[in-house]
Design a protein around this ligand. Structure first.
Ligand code: 13P
Length: 340
């Protein structure tokens, strides 16, 4: 466990004005996203698309790290440079998704647990050799009638803690992602309650497994109204509730908190991040680790056509720029209109 390297990586991930591009969609998720824009999903089209994202000129001003999928960390740019090496040369830290996806939690209808602990230490050593300096593991918590259960919260917290400990032992910074899904008709009050319980369980497990808080990054979901709830909370309420939950549960020793976008619209995710980052006296930097809210405009512009590559890159640059401002509380809605 190289603590100096872990500290350096974690600090760079949440450096001022920068956040993380999540580009670690599994091939199945990629297929759904590509289908929505009429692109056939093959190993080569995934490589081409990721190549477009990573070679966008200037994104390193706003992007500190990129989360790669197992397939992607083994792929190369059209010039034959491995993506991880290409990114590192650009000053962007390569990261890697190491969980093996969500599976039904036995005897817990409607609930999921994330798998992937078997053989993890060996995989981490290989990923380190391939250039990865941080990792991601996503747990999924669903809100519904009588759920989440205690069993679900603790099974996921335990897996996150074992994953985080294995990462630190391999000198890889663990990004700990317990995502509370926004799907459903639940209120924002219920989301706040579940988010707090989720983070409490997660941090108790991390402590029990001797995980060093100083060398972890939390990837949190924002506290929002359920997608089908009749009352949709405004930006300030989302920001206040999210920060309240984080302050109650996340140790100040943690170097930073990054947010997933979770299905929020691009601009909502940016507006929420901006409102939180603008608050005074927070114990940690807050920034983004979005997939959809960074990539959607680029993917919708690209549509698999080489003639659209430059415009797709402009779309990604714009969203990265907006979020780079938002994580400093310097974004304004008017800036969205200036998109090329
Ligand atoms: P979204 O921003 O699309 O929620 O994705 C972030 C992520 O990495 C999910 O694990």
């Amino acid at each position: 466990m190289d603590k100096a390297l872990l500290s350096k990586t974690a600090a760079a991930m949440v450096a001022k004005g920068k956040g993380i591009l999540a580009a670690d969609e599994s091939s199945g998720t990629c297929e759904t996203r590509f289908k929505s824009v009429g692109v056939e999903c093959t190993e080569d089209s995934r490589r081409a698309y990721r190549g477009i994202l990573f070679t966008t000129t200037g994104i390193e001003q706003f992007v500190s790290g990129v989360i790669l999928f197992d397939e992607t960390i083994r792929q190369k740019t059209t010039d034959g440079v491995p993506f991880a090496q290409y990114l590192a040369k650009k000053g962007i830290i390569p990261g890697i998704k190491v969980d093996k996806g969500i599976h039904d939690l036995a005897l817990a209808p409607g609930e999921k647990v994330t798998e992937g602990l078997d053989g993890l230490a060996k995989r981490l050593a290989e990923y380190f050799a391939l250039g990865a300096r941080f990792a991601k593991w996503r747990a999924v918590i669903t809100i519904g009638d009588g759920i989440p259960t205690h069993a679900c919260l603790y099974a996921n917290a335990h897996a996150l803690a074992r994953y985080a400990a294995a990462c630190q032992a391999a000198s890889i910074v663990p990004v700990i992602e317990p995502e509370v899904l926004l799907n459903g008709p639940h209120t924002i009050e219920r989301c706040e309650e579940v988010s707090e319980a989720t983070l409490r369980a997660t941090y108790a497990a991390l402590a029990a497994h001797n995980v060093s808080f100083e060398h972890t990054i939390l990837k949190a979901s924002m506290v929002v109204s359920g997608k089908d709830c009749s009352r949709q909370a405004g930006v300030d309420e989302v920001a206040e509730r999210t920060v309240r939950v984080l302050k109650r549960t996340v140790p100040a020793a943690q170097p930073g908190v990054v947010f997933l976008s979770g299905g929020q619209s691009d601009v909502s995710a940016t507006a929420h991040l901006n409102a939180m980052a603008a608050m005074k006296g927070l114990p940690w930097p807050l920034t983004f680790s979005f997939s959809r809210a960074l990539q959607n405009p680029a993917l919708n512009t690209w549509k698999g056509q080489s003639a659209n590559v430059a415009a797709a890159q402009r779309a990604l640059y714009h969203r990265a720029h907006m979020n780079g401002l938002a994580c400093q509380g310097r974004w304004k809605p008017e800036l969205e209109k200036q998109v090329a």
